[in-house]
Write a protein of this length. Structure first.
Length: 173
């Protein structure tokens, strides 16, 4: 019920501070338009929902590129083998918009998006990419923003975001 407030708060967070993001899937802002459209089509996402995802993608990509002009981002993402992926497939990362439907990748789509994420990182000097071939979480992501807050997100519906401001908790992360 407060997702609009959260999204406004989240957009403001993309305006400052270095950060480290440990993600359970690949960030949507690194995907190509063509691949995003292909995934939406293959998953039979209704046009009104697809438009919400497209708008989120556009805004998030612009915010990420703006942030990366001045600040550093360390992004830790899963790099899965086909066998790992087939045991526990990944979905398009849509937790920030509280999307209620999983939008799964095929392994080929995941592998292509992973390559696009690597390219995005190479094109943005302030981004450091770390690949994790044994991720601890499949459904939990967290972002450490400066030394002032942490956002812990449960990515499957129902989506939950915990915004932690407590100095000791932030330091613990």
């Amino acid at each position: 019920e407060r997702k609009e407030d959260f999204f406004i708060h989240l957009k403001k967070l993309w305006e400052s501070d270095d950060r480290k993001v440990v993600a359970s899937s690949l960030p949507i802002y690194t995907i190509s338009d063509d691949l995003l459209e292909s995934i939406l089509k293959r998953n039979h996402i209704p046009e009104n929902s697809a438009e919400i995802i497209r708008e989120f993608y556009t805004e998030y990509r612009e915010a990420a590129e703006k942030l990366l002009r001045e600040y550093h981002v360390t992004l830790v993402i899963p790099e899965l083998s086909r066998e790992q992926f087939e045991r526990s497939p990944l979905n398009l990362s849509l937790a920030e918009i509280f999307f209620e439907t999983d939008v799964p990748y095929t392994y080929e789509e995941y592998a292509l998006h992973l390559e696009q994420t690597k390219e995005f990182s190479q094109q943005h000097g302030n981004m450091k990419l770390e690949l994790d071939d044994t991720p601890a979480f499949r459904n939990i992501s967290y972002a450490i923003i400066g030394n002032r807050l942490v956002i812990v997100s449960k990515n499957k519906f129902p989506t939950i975001h915990l915004v932690i401001h407590h100095k000791r908790m932030v330091k613990a992360f």
